[in-house]
Design a protein around this ligand. Structure first.
Ligand code: 4AD
Ligand code: MG
Length: 459
């Protein structure tokens, strides 16, 4: 039986004469003739208290099962006379799987996030990280539910790719070339490599998703993406999960409507399904979290152009570390100022200069800006990045020439504009950033099981 089910069973007046729970000891207190064990089985935040009496046949061993030990307990659920819990288990049998020694690193006390990162293999056993990873799982599930309800098709795009979607060149190379051969030849001869050409880990499934949107209508991908950006920030990791919806017969406005609906749906889902875990974050991590979640669900997101945002930033007279100027990319401090301080809610920025955006974004009539959209949210900055796609073959080819992109490598992408091209749009939402948003966790390394960052691939 899982701890998470017990409250509901008790509420339905089920007799719980024989329950069995398997989990790990959080704490143990011994008195003369019995011990109290706080057991957590990972299914939810709450522990269950177990009373082990000295008449248990292996009581001497049970007494040795301190924090971190793994047990299976059978017994009867009784109303608890003590305070702190309504029910407890009067154990009739306890099986001990493993007794954790005294040097178990997670003794009952507060540990810093930095320390817990050094024991990422054990940190999901803490209240905070257990809650974060249960919420992560719940959001992943809600994403699929949202798209299934809307009739989108789920697509798996390749992780190994020959093309650079974002054109930023921040890719991890995939090769099977023998280093000895490379040394002998004095170069990487990709023709002799596994695929006969250069291959990389994908930075985005978008280009593939577009092909499927132009066949199935509405699709989404949800999977790992990889970026070799050497940026050691609290919002970047080298391997992260991205959700990418792509919708045919859809423009930039539809794209924003969709993004707003998605964010509201997911926040509602977490509020309705992760109450206990969410409370932990509101109480101990970020007291302003309930207010922010309210804002996300109940206010209409702002929509302004990039150039308007530049004006706002300039007029703010606020001191920024990085320069604000039309044509420069916004830094996270600018994005946060707009969402957190100026609008005090999520804001979609649209119509960025073409010079700071990738080749596939749809050219606006001014020939200077493209139909790009980023969603900026309080505390995080950019949560979503997307655009309406350039569906006009000649315009797309023109952009690729301007940007010096090898058109022959993208021949299949260009063919989609030759045969049955339609307006379409989509975006990417950083999954980890969304988890940060709804938990108040401020470092992306703490919302992904085993973070990959420059210089660090432990675990
Ligand atoms: O804005 P990005 O680069 O957009 C794309 O890759 C598009 N091809 C997506 C599309 O239109 N289908 O990335 C999308 C989102 C960002 O807004 C951010 O939330 C997240 O992915 N992201 C990262 N998250 C964690 N670590 C990183 N290094 C990230 N880079 C981007
Ligand atoms: Mg972006």
């Amino acid at each position: 039986m899982k701890r998470a089910k017990i409250d509901a069973l008790l509420a339905s007046d089920m007799p719980l004469d024989q329950v069995c729970i398997k989990g790990w000891v959080r704490t143990k207190r011994d008195s003369k003739t019995f011990s109290f064990l706080e057991i957590n089985d990972g299914s939810c935040l709450a522990n269950i208290q177990v009373i082990a009496n000295e008449d248990l046949e292996n009581y001497d061993d049970v007494v040795k099962a301190t924090t971190g030990s793994s047990l299976s307990i059978r017994g009867k659920m009784i109303e608890s006379p003590g305070k702190g819990q309504k029910y407890e288990i009067q154990a009739s049998h306890i099986k001990i799987y493993n007794v954790a020694p005294d040097n178990y690193p997670l003794q009952k006390k507060r540990h810093s996030d930095e320390f817990l990162r050094t024991i990422a293999h054990l940190r999901p056993r803490t209240n905070k990280f257990g809650a974060a990873f249960r919420i992560r799982s719940e959001i992943a599930w809600a994403i699929h539910q949202f798209y299934h309800e809307k009739g989108f098709r789920y697509l798996n795009t390749p992780l190994i790719t020959g093309s650079d979607c974002e054109g930023a060149g921040e890719m991890f190379r995939v090769t099977a070339l023998d280093p000895a051969l490379v040394q002998k030849l004095g170069k990487m001869d990709f023709e002799q490599d596994f695929f006969g050409q250069e291959a990389n880990l994908t930075v985005s499934g978008q280009l593939s998703a577009e092909m499927f949107a132009l066949a199935l209508g509405d699709v989404y991908t949800f999977g790992p993406t990889f970026r070799a950006e050497n940026s050691n920030t609290s919002r970047h990791v080298a391997e992260f999960w991205m959700l990418e919806p792509e919708m045919a017969f859809c423009d930039l406005e539809d794209n924003m409507d969709h993004g707003e609906e998605l964010v509201k749906y997911l926040v509602n889902h977490v509020r309705n399904n992760c109450e206990q875990d969410l409370n932990l974050f509101s109480k101990f991590v970020d007291k302003s979290l309930p207010g922010l979640l309210d804002t996300l669900v109940n206010t209409t997101f702002e929509r302004v152009t990039y150039s308007k945002a530049i004006e706002i930033l300039k007029a703010s007279k606020k001191h920024f570390e990085y320069e604000v100027s039309y044509g420069l990319d916004l830094q996270s401090e600018h994005e946060r100022f707009l969402a957190e301080e100026y609008f005090k809610k999520p804001v979609f920025l649209t119509d960025y200069p073409k010079t700071i955006k990738p080749f596939y974004m749809r050219m606006n009539d001014d020939n200077e800006t493209v139909a790009a959209v980023d969603l900026l949210v309080p505390r995080i900055g950019e949560l979503i990045g997307g655009s309406q796609r350039e569906e006009r073959l000649e315009v797309l080819e023109g952009r690729m020439d301007e940007m010096d992109l090898p058109k022959e490598d993208y021949w299949w992408y260009l063919e989609s504009r030759r045969y049955g091209s339609v307006p379409h749009a989509g975006f990417g939402m950083g999954f980890e950033r969304f988890i940060m948003l709804v938990t108040g966790i401020t470092n992306i390394r703490d919302v992904i099981p085993f973070p990959r960052t420059p210089g660090s691939i432990e675990f």
